[in-house]
Design a binder for this molecule. Structure first.
Ligand code: XBP
Ligand code: MG
Length: 257
């Protein structure tokens, strides 16, 4: 009980800051493709992020903002097509311009691999987007580093529901108390909490003011030896950056409490 076996990573906002300069831009390019004058500004996108999943986000925008719409006979099919275009733009964008990983992400993943700690992904985004980010920003063979890539529509309910984390745990045949999850958003934290996972939150510009009450650690980022993290909530003692030993320590603390 409480022995660290795996790290489970969210993708968007956690591995890299993908939302503002990649997802948002890709949505706008897809809108332009089909002659829509919709333009998701940085601020508006921040509001739309409360809905996870691109198709769900487009529908929420249509319903809540009621923009000028073309006449469509099948709204679901229209959104599906628009979203497929967005995914293509997103993948092209990441192939053409490498998006940097957040501080400490590459180091922690490498350290986990060196210590035979298993790795998984649990994300709302489309599988093709995960492949694009891991391949272009982490390593050409990075898809092989992750035992499970749980993504997008593989589960009926996206975050904040816990389904995607339960799916990853089931595929790895692990219990929640053997893993540490990494998240960046309130919706992500609700999801990992719902699955009973010890969770480390690394905030970003879109999520810094969200509610992470109860999260095991809330950090500015994972930190690096020469670039320590800022601790926003939780107790880390003298640790200047997040490593596998600290992940194991968090589980140990939990099992004692
Ligand atoms: C990420 C998301 C995703 C992306 C869009 O949430 O909300 O929906 O913004 O991806 P999380 P798709 O990081 O909590 O998983 O357009 O491929 O759905
Ligand atoms: Mg996220």
């Amino acid at each position: 009980m409480g022995q660290l076996e795996a790290l489970i990573f969210d993708v968007d906002g956690t591995l890299a800051n993908t939302e503002k300069d990649a997802h948002r831009v890709a949505f706008n390019r897809a809108f332009a493709d089909v002659g829509l004058s919709w333009d998701w500004s940085v601020d508006l996108y921040g509001q739309l992020l409360k809905v996870t999943g691109g198709k769900e986000r487009i529908r929420f925008y249509i319903e809540s903002w009621q923009p000028q719409m073309p006449t469509v006979s099948d709204l679901t099919a229209f959104i599906k097509d628009l979203h497929a275009r967005k995914t293509q733009h997103y993948c092209d964008l990441l192939a053409n311009e490498v998006l940097p990983l957040r501080p400490g992400v590459r180091r922690l993943i490498q350290e986990a691999r060196d210590q035979n700690i298993r790795l998984a992904i649990a994300t709302t985004t489309t599988p093709a987007n995960v492949t694009a980010l891991l391949t272009h920003s982490l390593a050409p063979d990075a898809m092989d580093w992750f035992e499970v890539i749980a993504a997008g529509d593989m589960v009926p309910q996206k975050k904040p529901a816990p389904d995607i984390f339960f799916y990853a745990l089931e595929k790895m045949n692990l219990r929640a108390d053997q893993c540490v999850a990494f998240e960046d958003s309130g919706n992500g934290w609700l999801s990992s909490r719902g699955a009973g996972l010890t969770t480390v939150v690394t905030v970003n510009n879109y999520t810094a003011n969200q509610d992470f009450t109860g999260a095991d650690l809330v950090l500015s980022d994972l930190g690096e030896p020469d670039q320590p993290f800022t601790v926003l909530a939780g107790e880390v003692g003298t640790w200047p950056y997040f490593d596998v030993t600290l992940a194991a320590e968090l589980l140990k603390r939990k099992s004692k409490s």
